[in-house]
Design a protein around this ligand. Structure first.
Ligand SMILES: Cc1cc2nc3c(=O)[nH]c(=O)nc-3n(C[C@H](O)[C@H](O)[C@H](O)COP(=O)(O)OP(=O)(O)OC[C@H]3O[C@@H](n4cnc5c(N)ncnc54)[C@H](O)[C@@H]3O)c2cc1C
Length: 470
C-alpha cells in the first residue's frame, strides 16, 4: 500500500525529496526530547508550493494522514505522527521550502517561506538594519512555519508580543490542496475575518503554512542588560512594575530564573553565576537611538528604589552574551538531570507569587524528593515549571506525568492561568482542552476543523481532544 502511494507521488512531485530509509527517517519520527516517537510511510520534503499543493490534493483524495514538521523543536509532540495512526501516512518536512521572497524596507516587512530557520530571518533583518524580535533558545533550528503554527513567544514578548502580533500575511495550503494566499505588508487592513489569526496557533491541524509576511522593527542600537539577585518572587514583581513604569516600551525582556536553574546552567555553560541569590532576574532595556547615555544611571536608580542592590549591568557585548548564555542554556543543562515533566504555563502577573508559593508544597507532599526547576518570561507572566523525580530513571518519569500535571494545572487554573503559554497543545495536553476552553469554543474549533479538513487528515490527534478530532 505505501509503495503504491509513493510510486504515484513520485510521478506528480518533481520537486520533492523522498526519505524512505528507516534510519534516515528516524530523526523526523522522534521529538527532540525523545518523548514521542511514531513511524510513518515516508518523510516528504517539497521545495515548491505547487508540490505541497499536489501532495495535499493526493492525500485528501486518498485519505492519507499528514503530519507537518518544521524544525522539530516543539515540546508538545505536535510535529511527530500520533501513535494511533499506526505508522500510516507522511511526515511533510518544510525544511527545503525556505526562500526569501521579499524584503520590503518601506513597509518594514519581510516575506519568507515557511521552512526558513528563525535565526536566518533575524540575520537577514539585521543585515538590512532592521530587527525581527522573535527570539527563542531554539532559534538556530526552529522554522517560521513552526513558530506561526505554535504562536511562539520567547524572550521579547513583553515589548513585541507573540508570533500572532508579528504576522501580517500568510500563505497556506489547505488539506484539499487549495492555496489561500494573503501575503501583504499592510499594517492596517480591516476587511473581515483575519486568515492569519485563524491559522496562527492552529498547530498544523488546518493546513500547511508555506510562506508568511512578517513585521520588522528598527534595530536596538543601545542595549542595557542587567542581572539582579532577588530574595523572593514578590520582590521580582515589584522590580518588574518599577522597571515597566519607568522604561515602558523600552523594556524588551524580563526573565526570572530560580537559583537551581541558574546553578545547572552555570555548570553546563562553565560560567560563574553573576550574583548569589534565591531568585534571579535577567532584564534588557533597549532603544533604537544609538547613544542613550543616561539609561544606565536611571536603571541603577530604579534598582535602588526597589531595594535591589545585588545586581550587575553588562559592561561589554561579551558580558551581555555571557548573561544570556546562562539563561538560554537552562533547557540544555536540565537534560543532565534526566527527563522531566515540563509545564509551559502563564498566570496573571499578580498571581505568580501565590502560585509558586502554593504549588511547590503540593507537589512535594506527593513526591517528597521532587526537584522543581522554574524559569521563564516573567515580564509576560509565563513560566517554565519543570518537575524532576531524581529517583526515577529516564522516560519512566512519564508514568507520573498525568498525576503531576493534575497537581500543577489545578493550581494554575485556580489562579486563572493558562496550561499552554507558548508551546501549544499538541498531543500532550489535548485532553485538557475542555478544562480551559468553553464547550462553545470547542464546538467552534471543531466546526472550523470540519470545514477545512472534513476527512481529518491534517495532523490527526493534535490540539483537539482525541478520538473525535473533527
Ligand atoms: C531549547 C528550547 C527552547 C525553547 N524555547 C521556547 C520559547 O522560549 N518560546 C516558545 O514559544 N517556544 C520555545 N520552544 C519550543 C519550540 O522551539 C517552538 O514551539 C517553535 O515555535 C517550534 O518551531 P518548529 O519549527 O521547531 O516546529 P515543529 O516542532 O516542527 O512543529 C511544531 C508544530 O507546528 C506544526 N508545524 C510546523 N511547521 C508547520 C507548517 N509549515 N505549517 C503548518 N504546521 C506546521 C507541527 O505540525 C507541530 O504541530 C523551545 C524549544 C526548545 C527545544
Amino acid at each position: 500500500m505505501p509503495a503504491q502511494h509513493l510510486n504515484a507521488l513520485s510521478l506528480i512531485l518533481p520537486n520533492t525529496r523522498f526519505i524512505t530509509d528507516k534510519s534516515d527517517m528516524a530523526v523526523f519520527c522522534i521529538d527532540q526530547r525523545a518523548r514521542f516517537q511514531a513511524d510513518a510511510w515516508a518523510v516528504l520534503q517539497p521545495s515548491t508550493v505547487s508540490d505541497v499543493q499536489a501532495l495535499m490534493r493526493y492525500c485528501f483524495h486518498e485519505n492519507i494522514p499528514v503530519t507537518p514538521q518544521g524544525g522539530n523543536t516543539g515540546l508538545c509532540g505536535g510535529a511527530t505522527p500520533h501513535a494511533r495512526l499506526g505508522g500510516k501516512g507522511f511526515i511533510v518536512s518544510l525544511s527545503r521550502l525556505n526562500a526569501l521572497r521579499e524584503l520590503n524596507l518601506a513597509d518594514n516587512a519581510i516575506t519568507v517561506e515557511a521552512g526558513m530557520v528563525l535565526a536566518q530571518v533575524q540575520a537577514i533583518a539585521q543585515k538590512a538594519e532592521r530587527f525581527f524580535p522573535l527570539s527563542l533558545a531554539s532559534e538556530g533550528s526552529c522554522q517560521i512555519g513552526g513558530n506561526i503554527a505554535c504562536n511562539a513567544g520567547g524572550l521579547n514578548v513583553v515589548r513585541y508580543g507573540t508570533m500572532r502580533d508579528l504576522v501580517l500575511g500568510l500563505e497556506t495550503v489547505l488539506p484539499s490542496g487549495e492555496l489561500v494566499s494573503h501575503l501583504q505588508p499592510l499594517h492596517k487592513n480591516t476587511t473581515g475575518y483575519a486568515w492569519q489569526q485563524q491559522i496562527t496557533g492552529s498547530e498544523g491541524t488546518l493546513g500547511i503554512i508555506t510562506a508568511a509576511t512578517l513585521k520588522l522593527f528598527a534595530p536596538p542600537r543601545s542595549v542595557l542588560t542587567a542581572w539582579a539577585g532577588i530574595d523572593n518572587i514578590q520582590a521580582a514583581l515589584s522590580l518588574l512594575a518599577a522597571v515597566k513604569n519607568y522604561f515602558a516600551e523600552r523594556l524588551s525582556s524580563f526573565e526570572i530564573i530560580s537559583n537551581d536553574a541558574l546553578q545547572l546552567s552555570a555548570g553546563y555553560s562553565r560560567l560563574n553565576p553573576p550574583v548569589s541569590a534565591v531568585w534571579h532576574v535577567l532584564m534588557e532595556i533597549s532603544d533604537s537611538l544609538p547613544c542613550v547615555s543616561n539609561h544606565q544611571e536611571q536603571l541603577f536608580e530604579v534598582l535602588s528604589d526597589a531595594d535591589c542592590f545585588n545586581a550587575v549591568i553588562a559592561q561589554s557585548e561579551q558580558e551581555r552574551q555571557n548573561l544570556w548564555k546562562l539563561r538560554e542554556n537552562i533547557s540544555a543543562a536540565q537534560r543532565n538531570l534526566g527527563a522531566s515533566i515540563k509545564h509551559d504555563i502563564s498566570l496573571p502577573i499578580a498571581a505568580v507569587a501565590d502560585f509558586i508559593a502554593e504549588c511547590q508544597p503540593i507537589i512535594q507532599q506527593a513526591y517528597p524528593h521532587a526537584n522543581i526547576v522554574v524559569f521563564g518570561h516573567l515580564g509576560d507572566g509565563s513560566l517554565h515549571y519543570n518537575v524532576f523525580l531524581p529517583e526515577v530513571l529516564g522516560n519512566d518519569v512519564y508514568r507520573f506525568e498525568e498525576h503531576i500535571n493534575i497537581l500543577v494545572y489545578e493550581c494554575v487554573l485556580k489562579h486563572s492561568g493558562s496550561i499552554a503559554a507558548e508551546h501549544g497543545i499538541g498531543q500532550i495536553k489535548n485532553h485538557w482542552l475542555p478544562r480551559v476552553r468553553t464547550a462553545e469554543e470547542i464546538a467552534w474549533m471543531r466546526s472550523q476543523k470540519h470545514f477545512f479538513d472534513p476527512n481529518n487528515i491534517m495532523n490527526p490527534g493534535k490540539l483537539l481532544p482525541s478520538e473525535t478530532d473533527v
